[in-house]
Ligand binder design. Structure first.
Ligand code: HEM
Length: 212
């Protein structure tokens, strides 16, 4: 398997787009505080969450559609959205690392803090690994692809049937892990709101910034 990450024209275009997004994110003033999420963190959270739910639906639709030009178009949408999500998640991660993280309520047990930290870290790992395994699968299958029929994406690996199958298996397995993580994540958010009755969910909602 030969790594193929060459500084091609499209690669340079993608890195320019990434730098632009990162600069835009860092220019936004409203950062997190020790008790609340700032507007950019909330925006990234809900934008990425919405795109990921749309992406799950698109992936399922494209895979189950009968072989036709529509199926190929659905896959272009799925792959393109995957690359948009990857760029947004990388910018979001930079923003997250450059900002304080609001503390959980003081009475939160140590095990719950550890589960929250671990599940958030795993969500980032999966959000990054899913598009990359899709990208490897597409490259190994030897399918030329341009993001939204516009920006050609350089192949990550050279064509190889076995690599394509492994990447497809990893992509699907990550989807299962993602769904399990989301069940825990959403369940925890609802438990905070309805059982523990604290502000962990409301401080992540738009226009609800708790005073510093
Ligand atoms: C694809 C869907 C989702 C993904 C990938 C996701 C991912 C994440 C991640 C990585 C964090 C950590 C904070 C950060 O880095 O920004 C977070 C925080 C949070 N998420 Fe989600 N999330 C999703 C959907 C949801 C939904 C549907 C809810 C509500 C029902 C929710 C509620 C929350 C809350 C309340 C926090 C803040 C937790 C705290 O303050 O410690 N998330 N989410």
């Amino acid at each position: 398997m030969r790594l193929n990450f060459l500084p091609t024209k499209s690669g340079r275009r993608a890195s320019r787009l990434f730098a632009l997004l990162a600069r835009a994110a860092f220019r936004l003033k409203e950062s997190n505080s020790d008790s609340s999420w700032g507007a950019p963190a909330k925006l990234f959270h809900w934008l990425v969450a919405g795109l990921i739910f749309a992406q799950f639906w698109l992936g399922w639709l494209a895979a189950s559609w009968r072989l036709s030009p529509t199926k190929l178009n659905l896959f272009v949408w799925h792959k393109s959205l995957g690359m948009v999500i990857l760029a947004l998640v990388l910018v979001r991660l930079l923003w997250r690392l450059a900002n304080p993280t609001p503390a959980l309520p003081a009475d939160t047990p140590v095990w719950e803090r550890a589960v929250a930290r671990l599940s958030h870290a795993l969500l980032y790992v999966v959000m990054i690994a899913m598009p990359i395994t899709g990208w490897i699968n597409n490259s190994a299958a030897g399918v030329p692809f341009s993001i939204f029929w516009w920006i050609p994406l350089p192949p990550l690996v050279s064509p190889d049937k076995h690599t394509a199958e492994l990447a497809a298996l990893a992509h699907f397995s990550l989807f299962i892990v993602f769904v399990a993580l989301l069940v825990v994540h959403v369940g925890a958010a609802l438990r905070h709101h309805f059982v523990k009755r604290d502000n962990v969910l409301t401080r992540m909602l738009p226009a609800r910034r708790t005073p510093k």
